[in-house]
Design a protein around this ligand. Structure first.
Ligand SMILES: Cc1ccc(Nc2c(-c3ccc(O)cc3)nc3c(C)cccn23)cc1
Length: 109
């Protein structure tokens, strides 16, 4: 059952992740990874299910999540794609870990 409260909770989390104060760690996740622009032509060979904050926001706005769990699945997919593709010592990997920590804190509230 699509509860309003679950939807509001997910909306609140996205509102947090989009905050300007998190821009330095959230920017790699704002939009779909563009392998041409980023010069990473093998990205779609490695990452079979791309996911980003704009797509998550679009799905939320279009009521495409049946529950909060489906929303969390896409959030975790976005971060795990980042950890799969980027080396642990890379700036973007560290951005993912920092942003996921903010997500986890809000998600557990
Ligand atoms: C040569 C090279 C190496 C690493 C990257 N990573 C990266 C990613 C990225 C995000 C999520 C993801 O699942 C994969 C990649 N986003 C960026 C951005 C926005 C700027 C610079 C680097 N970025 C780009 C180019």
């Amino acid at each position: 059952k699509k509860s309003i409260a679950e939807f509001k909770f997910c909306e609140g989390i996205m509102k947090e992740l989009w905050k300007k104060q998190h821009q330095a760690i959230a920017y790699p996740f704002y939009n779909p990874v563009d392998p041409v622009a980023l010069e990473i032509p093998d990205y779609f060979k490695v990452i079979k299910k791309p996911m980003d904050m704009s797509e998550i926001q679009r799905k939320l706005n279009h009521n495409e999540y049946n529950n909060a769990n489906e929303f969390e699945v896409d959030i975790r997919l976005m971060f795990n794609n980042c950890y799969k593709f980027n080396p642990p010592d890379s700036p973007v990997y560290k951005c993912g870990k920092a942003l996921e920590a903010i997500f986890d804190e809000k998600w557990s509230q």
